[in-house]
Design a protein around this ligand. Structure first.
Ligand code: LP5
Ligand code: MN
Length: 248
């Protein structure tokens, strides 16, 4: 049976074609699979699960929640790990969609292979401004205070954060926004050298071999969803990156 791993869909009302392609792919492929892992940045932004109860804001997300729920009810196992855009996904979203939230990182086993899953942002340790922002917004105190704000205000904060982030990225070097090799090696060491570390976030799909401490590991990077998407397909021990054509 097949397991799919995806990340960085950045679903939003501004890009309905990606949502349509995703819903189509769920029916065509994932309906026959054993499991689907979503490794974060599933949504462009997520300002709190109460968005689902808002008649105007919620409409955008309900078809996705319903499609996931249908899969989960039919027996497909669904897992979700937070990204830097949707770290506020909580139990209400998970329960409505029938998926299980995963910690970042999480180690899974497929056949004989150990595969370490992560969103990938925590590995970009050269990006100190981002890491500072990350530790602030991942703290329960900050999240509690943020979620206590009215929904409309949270949407405005998110828009401001997005535009500040976009400005920062123009100034920032490409290398700083990639994973740091020592952070990768430290993580692999901590998890006793899994065969594969699989992550998204950087939107730079590919496979990198890492030789260190007398071990050989691979770092597999998923791609984001636009006209195409690079996802991972696993069938027991066989693991491959697959490019989906989203606009045939
Ligand atoms: O997302 P991406 O790929 O463009 O860039 C990321 C890093 N930026 C972020 C910030 C998010 O894009 C913001 C949207 C999240 C919405 C979540 C819900 C609401 C939270 C509201 C918070 C107030 O993750 C970017 C990295 C890049 O990846 C590559 O790794 O470089 O990091 C930065 O740009 C660092 C900045 O310091 C981020 C700070 C932006 C927020 C500033 C707060 C402004 C709020 C105004 C309130 C008065
Ligand atoms: Mn990301």
């Amino acid at each position: 049976m097949t397991t799919w791993i995806i990340s960085d869909l950045h679903l939003s009302a501004q890009r309905p074609a990606v949502t349509q392609a995703f819903l189509h792919w769920l029916k065509a492929e994932v309906a026959h699979a054993e499991a689907l892992y979503i490794l974060g940045d599933f949504f462009e932004v997520w300002v709190g699960d109460d968005v689902l109860k808002d008649p105007r804001q919620g409409a955008e997300f309900l078809p996705v929640v319903q499609a996931l729920r249908q899969l989960s009810d039919s027996g497909v196992k669904l897992y979700f790990m937070h990204g830097n855009r949707d770290f506020l996904i909580g139990d209400d979203f998970a329960n409505a969609s029938g998926l299980q939230l995963l910690a970042d990182p999480t180690l899974i086993k497929m056949g004989n292979k150990r595969i370490l899953l992560s969103h990938g942002d925590a590995l970009c340790t050269d990006d100190t401004a981002y890491q500072q922002f990350r530790s602030q917004v991942r703290s329960p105190q900050w999240q509690h205070a943020f979620l206590a704000q009215p929904l409309a205000e949270r949407i405005v904060f998110a828009e401001q954060a997005r535009s500040q982030s976009a400005q920062n990225k123009v100034m920032q070097s490409i290398d700083i926004m990639d994973v740091n090799q020592s952070a990768v090696e430290q993580l692999l060491n901590e998890f006793e050298y899994p065969e594969v570390l699989l992550h998204g976030h950087t939107h730079r799909p590919g496979i990198h071999t890492i030789l260190f401490d007398g071990h050989k590991c691979e770092r597999w990077v998923l791609g984001d969803w636009h006209d195409t998407a690079v996802v991972c397909r696993m069938d027991d021990d066989r693991i491959e990156l697959v490019t989906l054509q989203l606009n045939p």
